[in-house]
Design a protein around this ligand. Sequence first.
Ligand code: F6P
Ligand code: MN
Length: 323
Amino acid sequence: MKYPSLADYLNQQNTAADLQSVLLGLADTSINISKALAKGALAGVLGAAGAENVQGEDQKKLDVIANDLIKNDLATLSAVRGLASEEETAVVACNLDGKFLVTFDPLDGSSNIDINSMVGTIFSVLSSDADGPVTESEFLQAGRHQKAAGYVLYGPSAMLVISTGNGVAMFTLDPDTGTYLLTDDQINIPKETAEFSVNMSNQRHWDPAMQRYISELMAGKEGPRGKNYNMRWVAAMVADVHRILCRGGLFTYPWDARKPEQAGKLRLMYEANPMGFLVEQAGGEIWTPEGKILDIQPDNIHQRVPVILGAAEEVNTCVSYHN
Ligand code: F6P
Ligand code: MN
């Protein structure tokens, strides 16, 4: 059996040539990131780089490497007007005549690097018809307007997962040829689930509604939900969402009373929105307690948001506890 390449798939989808150049460019860069990750300690790149990122978290050397690889490669593409990254305080101008803006988390779940566990790159592609200097305000579009979104999961195999608004496609990197080959394009999140994903150690700091929802899942067959739930937590959103796209489930990163001004931990523009685009394209839902995440009008590129995503019925049930 011959597996279609990423380029074959994009042609089949009638994806415009300029958008193809962005997606193919990100795919190529991710192969270089996966090579840097595979070298691990041998490349002398583990550990903190000594700087903090804009959210005040320790920056790992590989975060910086992944960020620079993506930034430099996107800057060479005529279709890319500007970019915003978790690792960059401000938006970065690329080619002013380009039509696309790319936001990305270069290395999601980066605390997993030091334990040789899964990490990933998350990206979102928006369009802009602005002229002149690139400004943050061009980026501040609701997730509903994304032209494409996806991630690369660096796991036992590297997998690229994308949507251009017509379903979700998963590609597996063939390390022998350095090409991503389509291995699944029938991605569908079942509406019901018996598996959830949350960092339980924070339970006492959540909103009381979320505390009650999760305790009722934990109560299992004898509790109000009347069934036993399993729990998984990889501590890399990219890997937890990948599992949900593969076998279903609910994932949440709730609001936390210790940092009420932060609204949540995950970033709207390069974590929640791109993952939300994929999840909705796979038949799932993504909400904050107040509404659908893809409808939020962002007010800054690094804004955070509480996230509830995955199996449609379970997400609706969780949201209903907050009303
Ligand atoms: O990017 C933030 C992130 O690393 C996510 O990938 C992940 O879901 C979460 O933080 C892990 O948080 P915690 O440290 O609470 O497990
Ligand atoms: Mn992240």
